[in-house]
Design a protein around this ligand. Structure first.
Ligand code: UTP
Length: 645
């Protein structure tokens, strides 16, 4: 038996808003008048770290400081179900394993848990994280091809086989440390990722008190499915229509980066809960410890707002701190003065650029005759993970990692079918079976990235600028990242070449171009930029001019850049750009004019026009661009790409 080990990290989850709406929404199966449940949930920084590998049986080793526990069982549905029913730490794993075994063809596995930074039984769904861990582990080891929703479902069903009763929002940790909106409609669950602008500095803390979740759920559950009196109608309204309003406002605050608004909303949601829900279970939900902390003047000065967590009661509290310094101070205060375990949880702003464009319609004359049959974007390179990939896929992976959601490929009309076949059609089972585990998992990566792709057709090949212009509707007035289709990039550091440029753009909001140094003799082959460095490290340039393929003489006379030590250097476009909406307008103006003598519209002319009116920044990328559209350089690319530097 192959014994490959894999590493897994599953975060805990925090229900930011909308607790109890999961099971409340599930009542729609019986009473359609109940509104859908909605909640905002996020994975947190704390979680469970484990190693997994295939085994003949189901083994779990909990190798934690002060807690060495072992559990072995035959991979039999009956035995595992029996363990699940008994309750306790291993019951969650056994419950999920039994569910998976019942529904999929799997063997056993060994899980070694070597780090647990998640406090147990504190409303952060540590049990759900354990169930998600087991479902994910089977998915990886046995190539089950489960979607994230599928993993959540298996984890939910697994936990249902134990005496513990989890809700439908507990498995959101399967989405990682990202906030999502979950909608609960009868037995259906929908999950949508949130857009986050601005940073949100959360703190959550263990109240060191107790709560009886079973009692809370029992008492609130009595208000469903049909409300019999004012109190029950109040609970249904708070967890239904009023909760939906709160969630919609919270989505807006995330989108606009309004932490103050969000904090006040947390406090408002707690007030609503206290007024309309808590009276249905006063013994647990009066929560004196929670309310004492919520009133604390030191804490109020450091935070925008706060509320309870999970089933509420005296379990866990969450605060939205005013900034990073307030977050630090609050953690210090809670730990030192209140003797509570307090945890940091920061939801960070996503980058402004979420779309990318890659023109790949060119014929690739320079690499004829290969391009009679194969697009140069599909030329092979051995990547750092050891897989041989089409160059385009290396690029797409870099975009995916940089958080780009939508990618527009500019292609020729006849090429659409080929792209769709490559990125949308699963491999036939006959071939899939022959793949190694790493390759099988890469199959999922291809199909997942494929979902981010859109195509626009360039009917006539009128140059790079013309190809870019075809994406004006895709750009839709937003900044877009532009990459050449026939170049791949390797960064010198942890931050990819694309991420470096996106970060530079965020600082200026101006048209941005990646820069690379070039020898004067080669300047006539490229777009050359000149300008002044804005920082001591000489990475940020305020660009004064960009010229396409200047003569060596022109470059020497007017395009040199003087470095701090007095040396003159030359800089070319690296191959990545952030285009602002003005670039598309300018390309449109150019298209209306006569064709340029070469018969091709270049992008550089439009960039220079926009620069002269709105300014442009250059960013010297720490990395190397490898060309694949030129025979001599392609040879170097194949030999050197992925070898590290
Ligand atoms: P190139 O300038 O390398 O042109 O394009 P090309 O036609 O692909 O190759 P040669 O010069 O004939 O050998 C840079 C990028 O722009 C795309 C290409 O596919 C490549 O990714 N492109 C170029 C288009 O999409 N449409 C065009 O009309 C021209």
């Amino acid at each position: 038996m192959e014994n490959e080990r894999f590493e897994l990290f599953i975060p805990g989850r925090l229900c930011i808003l909308g607790e109890h709406s999961d099971w409340a929404g599930a009542n729609r199966v019986v009473n359609g008048a109940i509104p859908q449940g909605m909640a905002i949930v996020s994975g947190i920084e704390q979680g469970i770290h484990a190693w997994i590998e295939k085994s003949g049986e189901f083994e779990v080793i909990s190798d934690l400081p002060g807690e060495q526990l072992e559990f072995h069982e035959k991979m039999s549905v009956q035995e595992l179900r029996k363990t699940a029913v008994e309750g306790g730490y291993f019951s969650y794993m056994a419950g999920t394993a039994s569910y998976i075994k019942e529904h999929y063809h799997v063997g056993g596995m060994k899980i070694v848990i070597d780090e647990m930074t998640l406090p147990m039984k504190k409303g952060l769904s540590s049990s759900a994280a354990i169930c998600v861990l087991v479902a994910k582990a089977f998915n990886i080891l046995y190539g089950l091809n489960m979607s994230t929703l599928g993993i959540m479902q298996a984890a939910y069903r697994g936990e249902q086989r134990t005496p513990s009763r989890c809700g439908r929002l507990d498995q959101a940790c399967a989405y990682g440390v990202k906030p999502v909106v979950m909608t609960f409609d009868g037995s259906d669950v929908e999950v949508e990722r949130l857009t986050v602008r601005g940073n949100f500095y959360w703190v959550f803390a263990n109240l060191n008190a107790s709560k009886d979740t079973v009692k809370i759920l029992g008492d609130l559950g009595k208000c469903y499915p049909f409300a019999q009196n004012e109190l029950e109608r109040g609970v249904q309204e708070a967890l239904g229509i009023r909760n939906q309003e709160i969630i919609r406002r919270a989505v807006g605050y995330f989108e606009s980066g309004d932490a103050e608004g969000m904090g006040k909303l947390l406090t408002e949601a707690q007030k609503l809960f206290d007024e309309q829900v808590a009276p249905a279970c006063p013994s647990q939900l009066a929560a004196p410890v929670l309310h004492g902390i919520l009133r604390d003047p030191t804490i109020r000065a450091l935070t925008w707002g706060a509320k309870g967590v999970g089933s509420q009661g005296d379990g866990t509290v969450q605060f939205l701190a005013k900034d990073e310094a307030a977050q630090d101070e609050l953690i210090r205060y809670l730990t030192a003065e209140k003797e509570m375990e307090a945890y940091r949880f920061t939801i960070r702003q996503q980058r402004k650029v979420r779309k990318a464009v890659i023109p790949v319609a060119g014929f690739g004359t320079r690499v004829y005759p290969e391009t009679r049959m194969i697009k140069k974007e599909f030329f092979p390179v051995a990547d750092r993970d050891g897989l041989v990939k089409p160059a385009l896929l290396v690029l797409l992976e870099e975009l995916d990692r940089a958080g780009i959601d939508k990618i527009c490929l500019v292609i020729g009309e006849e090429e659409q079918e080929m792209y769709r076949r490559y990125f949308e059609m699963p491999l036939p089972m006959e071939h899939l079976q022959k793949l190694s585990r790493q390759m099988k998992s890469y199959e999922d990566t291809i199909l997942r990235i494929g979902k981010k792709l859109q195509y626009v057709i360039q009917n006539e090949r009128k140059g790079f600028g013309h190809a870019v212009y075809q994406c004006r509707e895709f750009a839709g007035g937003q900044p877009v990242l532009l990459l050449l289709g026939d170049t791949i990039y390797e960064s010198d550091g942890d931050c990819s070449c694309v991420e470096q440029l996106l970060d530079a753009y965020e600082k200026s909001d101006k048209l941005a171009v990646g820069l690379a140094e070039v020898a004067l003799e080669r300047a006539e082959k490229y777009g050359i930029l000149t300008g002044k460095w804005e920082d001591a490290a000489e990475r940020f340039m305020e660009v004064d001019a960009i010229v396409e393929k200047p003569s060596v003489q022109t470059a020497q006379e007017s395009l040199s850049v003087t470095m701090a030590d007095g040396e003159k250097k030359y800089f070319m476009v690296f191959g990545n750009y952030v285009l602002t909406p003005e670039v598309f307008e300018e390309l449109g103006n150019q298209m209306e004019k006569e064709l340029v003598p070469s018969g091709e519209y270049q992008l550089t002319d439009a960039l220079e026009a926009v620069r002269s009116r709105h300014g442009m920044i250059g960013y010297r990328i720490e990395g190397t661009a490898y060309d694949i559209g030129n025979p001599l350089v392609y040879r170097k690319t194949v030999a050197e790409f992925g070898m590290g530097r």
